[in-house]
Write a protein that binds this ligand. Sequence first.
Ligand code: FEO
Length: 164
Amino acid sequence: MISKKMQAALNKQINAELYSSYLYLSMAAWAQGKNLAGIASWMEIQAKEEYGHGMKFYGHIQERGGAVTLEAIAKPTASWKSALELFKAVAVHEAHVTSLIHGLMDLAVAEKDYASAEFLNWFVKEQVEEEANAALIVAKLEMVGDSKSGLLMLDGKIGKRGQS
Ligand code: FEO
């Protein structure tokens, strides 16, 4: 059985993951509005992944005999100055999510909740990947700079995500 403290923290993380999904969907819509279809597609895939993360927490709470409580999802930012600023925001957001996951891991260890710690391990690894993906795209967008043709080419490459 899951402790009340752990249950509350995991429920909060469902909200954080669903907010992430909503944020990436907002980013997808912004990119589509700028005719950056590749980035929009990347963001849509990301939004689905985040929904999946939320559902993993949902499943874990239930599997442990806990109760799921859903709270309101905050309104996400809707516009960014450029594709570079967009992916910088992704990087900042993922660093924030990593700190949330680490906080949950700290709590699981403190509570001797080894099942939750094992469950959270997947997210610790996932966050390494999420941060690395964002950092790589930020670096590429920085290389492209103000070049419109460079951005167009990069947009096509970013859009290849999930197609291989
Ligand atoms: Fe669910 Fe991007 O972390």
